[in-house]
Design a binder for this molecule. Structure first.
Ligand SMILES: [Ca+2]
Length: 170
């Protein structure tokens, strides 16, 4: 009987002496993960927690904020021959509206004269030719004040508007 119990107790004793493997967790630090093109990306880093110890993970990924797109930043840390990994996605977006400028025109006319829309110039930091929509009509047969609204939209959906005031006099 004892011959069986003693090895069993020995095994129990040995098992309780083995160090428990601590649970590994990684946590992303707060950072700015959506950044406007040309702006600075602030890396919040990633921390590895192993039991009661924390380690700063490192990365060799670079984020090019001059280019629209998505980058997966990979953080790693090697400890006791184990490689730990953590990642975050950084998006570089166009968050700037196009710039609209009114071109000078003859915007005060007499009833019966012809009004010619001088138009606008438009530019954008990313979209080469943003779409420009023109709203508003000028009735040159009726005296009054009219507005013409130009709306420019870049490929990212950023919108800018500018208004031209046209006066038709008696
Ligand atoms: Ca833009």
């Amino acid at each position: 009987m004892n011959r069986l119990i003693i090895p069993f107790l020995l095994i129990l004793l040995l098992a309780s002496c083995l160090p428990a493997t601590p649970e590994a967790t990684t946590s992303l630090g707060a950072g700015i993960d959506i950044v406007g093109i040309g702006d600075t990306w602030i890396d919040g880093g990633c921390e590895l927690t192993l039991g009661n110890e924390t380690y700063d993970m490192t990365t060799t990924t670079t984020v090019d904020t001059a280019v629209i797109g998505e980058t997966t930043v990979i953080y790693t840390h090697t400890l006791d021959d184990t490689n730990y990994r953590c990642e975050r996605i950084v998006k570089v977006i166009d968050d700037t509206s196009p710039t609209l400028t009114l071109l000078a025109g003859l915007d005060t006319i007499a009833v019966g004269d012809t009004w010619v829309d001088a138009g606008v110039t438009v530019s954008d930091d990313v979209t080469s030719e943003p779409l420009v929509q023109v709203d508003g009509t000028v009735d040159t047969t009726v005296a009054g004040t009219y507005t013409v609204t130009y709306t420019a939209t870049d490929e990212a959906g950023n919108v800018a508007t500018i208004v031209r005031v046209v006066t038709v006099t008696e």
